[in-house]
Write a protein that binds this ligand. Sequence first.
Ligand code: FES
Length: 241
Amino acid sequence: MSETVKITIDGKEIVAEKGSYILAAAIKNGIYIPTLCNVEGIKPRGSCRICTVKVNGRMMTACSTPVADGMKVENDTEEIREIRKQIIELLFVEGNHYCPACEKSGNCELQALGYRYGMLVPRFTYEFPNRDVDASNPKIIKDHNRCILCNRCIRLIKDEKGRSMFVPRKRGHKMTVEIDNELAMTISDELAQKAAEICPVGSILKKEKGFNMPIDSRKFDKKPIGYDIEQGKEAASSKEN
Ligand code: FES
């Protein structure tokens, strides 16, 4: 039997598996913590910071911070909700996200988080970066205007030899995630579809397929994002916003 520890999240005591991450413990107990870069089953990267929580008074990422006995986690507090809202706003102004014209609208995790955290108009100045759209691959389009550099595609979309079909280029604020056009030239329909699905925004789209599902009947059109809401629990954050 695996060892366990006790932690509290917003005052609620929960039992977590020793060595697991705060996020995993929260999910097991139906406590919602938002994520963008994290995907179940692969090593957390801790890059988007949307899962920020306060752990014993310090800001940490829930997806990549292991639990420890007695840990006190603040998650759904006004302070944390405000930080998450700012992160969402920053992601919106840093790229070119024109939701009404985006194929992913209604299925976009960033857009859905904007709604959940009550974003109206970002308080930061739009950067309107000049970015290109790579449509050179036969199966997929990579729109750099919408990429939030979560790296999910790099970590998950691989060929049978384990080589990634997406690659990082440059560093820091110049970093981009590109299609490895040599490797991805023969990408299968299934893998192309998976790439479009694991992208949390509309940066990877499958070619020859668009707006199959009408706007208004998509994943987040009817229900806000969050497994707590899917499980029928009304989220405090959506109640307040
Ligand atoms: S989900 Fe934890 S940092 Fe992105």
